[in-house]
Ligand binder design. Structure first.
Ligand SMILES: [Fe+2]
Ligand SMILES: [Fe+2]
Length: 132
């Protein structure tokens, strides 16, 4: 993972790293024109990782009373909806050959962790011992 995305909270960074690796696997499978069920399977895995990760973040935000929790939760919701749409689209075996917009959507996947900076900085001010 690019060091600029590291939050300093070990558990969050480990989850982000796994999410980024699986997102990269989706991009590579789609670029290699792997069969639709391979791409679909990786997207299902990505979706489950994100669901778990967002639930963890939202619990921590609630515990530390993060003031921007509503906005942050909305970003999570939007990302899950996008990945859900991609999951559904990947069921069409022809989707990756013809749909340029789908290919563009994949590029956002590796930046899925961008928006966490404000939240993790706030958490560290509340629980300073968390920073590695
Ligand atoms: Fe995150
Ligand atoms: Fe987040």
């Amino acid at each position: 993972m690019d060091p600029k995305y590291l939050t300093g909270i070990a558990e969050i960074d480990a989850q982000h790293t796994e999410i980024e690796e699986v997102a990269q696997a989706v991009i590579e499978a789609a670029a290699a024109k792997d069969t639709w069920h391979i791409v679909h399977y990786i997207l299902v895995r990505l979706y489950e990782l994100l669901r778990f990760h967002f639930a963890v973040e939202e619990s921590v935000m609630s515990i530390v009373s993060f003031p921007e929790i509503a906005d942050h939760k909305q970003v999570h919701k939007d990302i899950l909806l996008t990945v859900e749409r991609m999951k559904a689209a990947s069921l069409d075996p022809k989707a990756f050959e013809h749909d340029e917009s789908l290919k563009k959507q994949f590029s956002f996947l590796t930046h899925i962790v961008d928006h966490d900076k404000r939240f993790t900085e706030f958490v560290i001010t509340r629980i300073p011992g968390l920073r590695q």
